[in-house]
Design a protein around this ligand. Structure first.
Ligand code: 4AD
Ligand code: MG
Length: 476
């Protein structure tokens, strides 16, 4: 059962060798030419069936999406658009397909339609490219941190704590559906959730990550995280993957430097390894751009954008400077923003996009946010108003990274937790890092799907995760 992958085959020289390929039929023309795809690349292999050599019964069964095993000779192709093709000696139908009923026709389907058949959409060129790139991005993440000596720490999915303190948790429960235990007032007693303890799905692996960093020095997590927010946007999922490095002895600037190097590294990795998929997505976007009015089209195409980001330093500004820029902006003066701008606001996506897309036209690292709009664990600055936070904003995406230097001073941390009603007694284990040899440390979280969006240019986050979880969306 030795099969040759089509990507490998198409980049080799035609030497008349005999190969076996397996894949799915994309099209079958003139009872002669099969376009076969095996998922290794968007390029189809042309399989040529000599006329009269194969019987009618077999030819009838070569329909769109049927699966085939073909053994034949690799020869130079006379056809346009391909260097070589396979002249079939043997064709075996592995699985028939009723092409009348098959939902994917050989034409362009809308992304909305493909979302409804997410179980089959990997078989399209667009999703082929997106998910091969997603795979390689994940691989590049591990490579980057492994090369730097970071330890990959697997943090728990089920936890009793709320790392972000935002109350956006999915409850995990072992309570029986019918007849759950009740309190005296008749309401369900959730404190018994997980065999005697209230638990939820993790919103972030950071707190456990800090335990790792204060032992190994440098760690990262990379796993699914969950947010029970009822938001229906092109940037939010209820289940998304996050990469969270956490480093001892790092301050905010070290943190920003690492994040920038990391993002540039993984983009460069994709540019090196996926030139063909990026080219396909670039063309796809150019088509999409043609639908837009001239003044809304982007100046750079996908590949130029990625190259620009890897070759130029990110802009770095403080939150206070960001607010000043917004207040000075023509958009603000002409009342183009829907939400008000003043010091203290949690910037809305229209503000973030103004900064990266209109003002700086490159990724921007915004630091030192007001403490009121950030989590309890961030290090308090001497001004008494801001914390050592950083968000990275990316063109077309908005916030792609959220991070901070952590508050390593026990007294300041517990005081802030009290102010924010974060229960110190439940986080006793977290506070032990500050009790036993506390150190300055910092970390950040990169939203993996937003990164995949940035690299592939896909506009909707539902199109860069295999099985998106958004409100009311959980069938497959
Ligand atoms: O800014 P967030 O909430 O930060 C944290 O969770 C920190 N504990 C990270 C850390 O310092 N270790 O989330 C980090 C990133 C965001 O910048 C965004 O890219 C992504 O995670 N993100 C989401 N992605 C998709 N859907 C959602 N609902 C997301 N919420 C956050
Ligand atoms: Mg954030």
């Amino acid at each position: 059962n030795k099969r040759t992958r089509i990507k490998e085959l198409l980049t080799s020289e035609p030497q008349g060798q005999t190969v076996t390929v397996m894949g799915w039929v994309r099209t079958f023309r003139n009872n002669q030419f099969v376009a076969l795809n095996d998922g290794s690349t968007n390029a189809n292999l042309q399989v040529v069936l000599e006329l009269g050599r194969f019987d009618e019964e077999l030819l009838k069964r070569i329909t769109t999406s049927a699966s085939l095993k073909v053994t034949g000779k690799v020869i130079e192709s006379m056809g346009k658009g391909q260097k070589l093709e396979v002249k079939a000696d043997e064709v075996e139908i592995l699985g028939d397909s009723d092409s009348e009923k098959y939902p994917l026709q050989p034409k362009k389907h809308s992304l909305e339609f493909l979302r409804e058949i997410a179980h089959l959409r990997f078989r399209t060129n667009t999703f082929g490219s997106v998910f091969r790139i997603r795979h390689s991005l994940a691989f590049a993440v591990h490579q980057f941190f492994n090369d730097k000596g970071f330890v990959y720490l697997h943090t728990p999915i089920i936890t009793a704590s709320d790392a972000e303190g935002a109350g956006e948790m999915f409850r995990v429960s072992t309570l029986p559906f019918d007849n759950p235990p009740r309190k005296e007032d008749g309401s369900i007693d959730f404190s018994e959730d997980f065999f005697g303890r209230a638990t939820n799905l993790t919103v972030s692996g950071q707190l456990e990550g800090e335990l790792g960093a204060t032992a190994f020095g440098d760690i990262y997590t990379f796993g699914p995280t969950f947010r029970a927010e009822n938001s229906n946007t092109a940037r939010h999922l209820a289940e998304f993957w996050m990469i969270e490095p956490e480093m001892a002895f790092y301050d905010l600037e070290d943190n920003a430097n690492l994040a920038e190097e990391f993002i540039q590294y993984i983009i460069r990795y994709i540019m090196d390894k996926h030139a063909d998929d990026l080219e396909f997505l670039r063309q796809r976007l150019l088509e999409e751009e043609k639908q837009k009015p001239q003044n809304e089209r982007s100046e750079l195409d996908l590949i130029q954008k990625l190259k620009f980001v890897t070759e130029n330093k990110f802009e770095r500004i403080t939150y206070t400077e960001a607010i000043d820029i917004l207040l000075q902006s023509p958009a603000y003066k002409k009342k183009k923003f829907q939400y008000d701008v003043k010091w203290g606001i949690d910037m809305q996506s229209e503000h973030e996009r103004y900064l990266v897309e209109k003002h700086f036209k490159k990724p921007v690292i915004v630091t030192n946010y007001p403490k009121e709009i950030k989590a309890f664990y961030m290090r308090q600055n001497d001004d008494g108003k801001t914390v050592a936070a950083m968000d990275i904003l990316a063109p077309g995406i908005g916030e792609i990274v959220g991070g901070s230097q952590r508050e390593e001073r026990m007294d300041k941390l517990t005081k802030r937790m009290e102010e924010m009603h974060v229960p110190a007694e439940e986080l006793w284990w977290y506070l032990d890092t500050r009790r036993y040899g506390t150190v300055p440390h910092a970390g950040f979280g990169l939203g993996f799907e937003r990164m995949v969006q940035f690299v592939t240019g896909m506009g909707n986050i539902r199109d860069v995760i295999a099985f998106p979880r958004t409100p009311k969306n959980a069938e497959f």
